[in-house]
Write a protein that binds this ligand. Structure first.
Ligand code: NAD
Length: 370
């Protein structure tokens, strides 16, 4: 991690991931006051820039436009619908049209400004235009900065499901000033904390002790600890996506809690927040790990306490198990008919559990059923 006044950077050196032919180029994730200044260097040289943004991001948009003018860039703005409605093939086609009409070449740039929906869309537009142009992400949500904007996964939704169409395309930089997060609805910020806690559980115990020592500050984007939690979580993701190519399956550990979470999201028709579903999924995976003899006895209780203290849910409807079990069997991460779970051998020590018995799955679910 590098520090400069106001902002810090974490280097991401992507290894080759499943679905990629070559590793992406390395890039920096800048977090902190003044991070946006780092955009300047990407705007120089008379570049055309497509700024893809969602409703409500006007303050940062104006700063980007002013910076573009100062640096001599030709900035075009694409205002896309809010949230998941942006990750749509019709919206993507609109971006291609804008890129084509403005004559964007391989030397030009796409900038994604907003939550994870925008950075997923902008990243995929950049991946597909002329088979790949540069993209810089400006994430404005907690989930966006700690997860969606980092790691190179881009994509859109189709009628057949979420995130089924996409590409790996690493950004040239990711820049986030936590001041942008201050306007987030509290429940959305807290939901993003589930991914932060996940990073703590799979790789960085310091994240957990920071949250445990001051839970109120952890839920406040203006508290100084916000930068600490964000940079520590980005570091975990950077370490995982930068793992040795021969260890490409290591990326799987980011999926801790996600097998049940994806099923809850689907059963709820995506009305549940992603992080809320991940929170319940992490309790389930901890209890499953305990039943399977991998997870130390005290860990599920600590996971529950951490989630509860920041206001995340730890239970879900008991009557939904049959439906959840069916959906989990169709998970795109499942191999054949075997269910695979990331479990914890301890804090910072993820392991794998393949094909647990039905009785064990039911027993683990009983501990999260309300
Ligand atoms: N590519 C990846 O690796 C990856 C990882 C995790 C999630 N994702 C994707 O990210 C998306 C979810 O991320 P999200 O929750 O950030 O999505 P989002 O873009 O839908 O944002 C959620 C809501 O928060 C609002 N918002 C964003 N920033 C705000 C701010 N600063 N102040 C006030 N409101 C703000 C948005 O307008 C939106 O209404 C999903 O589409 C998911 O599939 C991708």
């Amino acid at each position: 991690m590098t520090a400069t006044p106001g902002a810090r950077s974490i280097r991401v050196e992507p290894g080759t991931q499943a679905g990629e032919v070559t590793a992406g180029q390395g890039y920096d994730v800048w977090v902190g006051n003044g991070a946006l200044e780092r955009l300047r260097e990407h705007l120089r040289g008379g570049r055309r820039v497509l700024l893809v943004t969602q409703p409500g991001r006007a303050a940062v948009e104006e700063r980007v436009l002013a910076m573009g003018e100062a640096e001599g860039a030709d900035v075009h703005v694409a205002r896309v619908p809010d949230a998941e409605a942006a990750k749509d093939v019709g919206v993507l086609a609109g971006l291609w049209q804008q890129l084509g009409r403005a004559g964007f070449t391989r030397d030009d740039l796409v900038v994604g400004l907003g939550g994870g929906a925008v950075t997923d869309l902008a990243g995929f537009a950049a991946a597909s235009w002329l088979r790949g142009v540069d993209v810089v992400h400006l994430p404005t949500s907690l989930l966006g900065v700690v997860d969606a904007a980092v790691g190179g996964k881009t994509g859109i939704n189709t009628e057949e499901g979420k995130n089924l169409v996409g590409a790996f395309h690493h950004p040239r930089a990711v820049l986030c000033d936590p001041a942008w997060l201050v306007g987030m609805p509290h429940a959305d910020y807290v939901s993003g904390l589930a991914e932060v806690i996940k990073c703590g559980l799979i790789a960085d115990p310091g994240i957990l002790t920071s949250i445990e020592s001051d839970p109120d500050a952890a839920t406040n984007p203006s508290a100084p600890i916000a930068v600490e939690l964000i940079t520590a979580s980005v570091q975990v993701k950077a370490d995982v996506v930068g793992a040795d190519p021969r260890e490409a399956s290591r990326r799987e550990i980011l999926n801790f809690g996600h097998t049940l979470a994806h099923a809850i999201e689907q059963v709820e028709d995506y009305r549940w927040r992603h992080g809320d579903a991940v929170a319940v999924g992490m309790v389930f995976a901890s209890e499953l790990g305990l039943l399977a003899g991998h997870t130390p006895a005290e860990l599920p209780g600590r996971v529950r306490a951490l989630l509860t203290v920041v206001g995340l849910p730890t239970t879900y409807r008991g009557d939904r198990w049959p439906e959840l079990r069916t959906v989990m069997g169709r998970d795109k991460k499942a191999r054949g008919s075997l269910l695979r779970f990331v479990v914890l051998e301890g804090v910072g020590r993820p392991g794998r559990l393949e094909g647990p018995e039905e009785q064990m799955l039911r027993q683990a679910y009983a501990t999260v059923a309300d």
